[in-house]
Write a protein that binds this ligand. Structure first.
Ligand SMILES: Cc1cc2nc3c(=O)[nH]c(=O)nc-3n(C[C@H](O)[C@H](O)[C@H](O)COP(=O)(O)O)c2cc1C
Length: 206
């Protein structure tokens, strides 16, 4: 039995193109894979407070936390433990203003800390999480690389990839569902075009 965490960064439920494509992936998973879904817009995520930022700074220098810092830091450690409990990951990731939705950025800010999700050694930063990640990028327009060059407005995939590298997720398999603003027919075509890739990636989840 292996565990996959499915992190959904769209608030649009079944109307989300990424969620619709995510369902194709989920349907093709081996029966032995247990799935935990985290809908970030339905989660009561903590704010990043003075106490949390202080606790993070103190973690760098091994300083003692106040009671208030300890209490809020416990919620951070719980979120990190949940995140690291998976063997593999699926992300439904809309593009919002050229990058990831703010709720996913909030999640990153909550779980990405030295000693919890990454550390440093003589070779530089090293992730403390692990597992293959499949990310479905849903985008109103087309930001695929052209002529081998990345789209200059795509701040979504470079940012997501950099974060995955920091925390140790990889390889990162990217699935594109693009031009979703062109209407439901185009969404359907984009998902159909991605179906074989989604099914192949899902079947390979151990
Ligand atoms: C706040 C917001 C910002 C958006 N910014 C962009 C953008 O920069 N580029 C783009 O192509 N589409 C943009 N869109 C369109 C979404 O990427 C598109 O609707 C996508 O299908 C959303 O993913 P979902 O259907 O999985 O929720 C934006 C949509 C919203 C709500």
């Amino acid at each position: 039995m292996s565990k996959l965490i499915y992190i959904n960064a769209s608030p649009r439920g079944d109307q989300s193109a990424a969620v619709q494509a995510g369902q194709v992936f989920l349907d093709a998973l081996p029966a032995s894979v247990e799935v935990q879904q985290i809908d970030l817009f339905d989660r009561d995520l903590p704010e990043v407070t003075l106490e949390i930022t202080s606790a993070k700074q103190k973690a760098f220098i091994n300083a003692e936390l106040t009671d208030a810092e300890s209490e809020q830091w416990r919620a951070i450690v719980e979120l990190v433990d949940e995140f690291k409990s998976a063997d593999s990951y699926l992300f439904a990731m809309p593009m919002w203003n050229f990058t990831v939705p703010y709720r996913f950025k909030q999640y990153i800010d909550l779980i990405t800390h030295p000693g919890l999700t990454f550390t440093r050694d003589e070779n530089g930063p090293r992730g403390l999480a692990s597992g293959v990640a499949t990310v479905i990028y849903s985008r109103g327009g087309d930001y695929a690389p052209k002529d081998g060059k990345p789209d200059p407005f795509d701040f979504q995939s470079p940012y997501f990839n950099a974060w995955c590298t920091l925390v140790g997720l990889g390889p990162v398999n990217e699935v594109l569902v693009q031009r979703t603003m062109a209407g439901p027919d185009v969404v359907g075509q984009a998902i159909e075009a991605a179906t074989a890739q989604l099914q192949e990636l899902a079947a390979a989840v151990g």
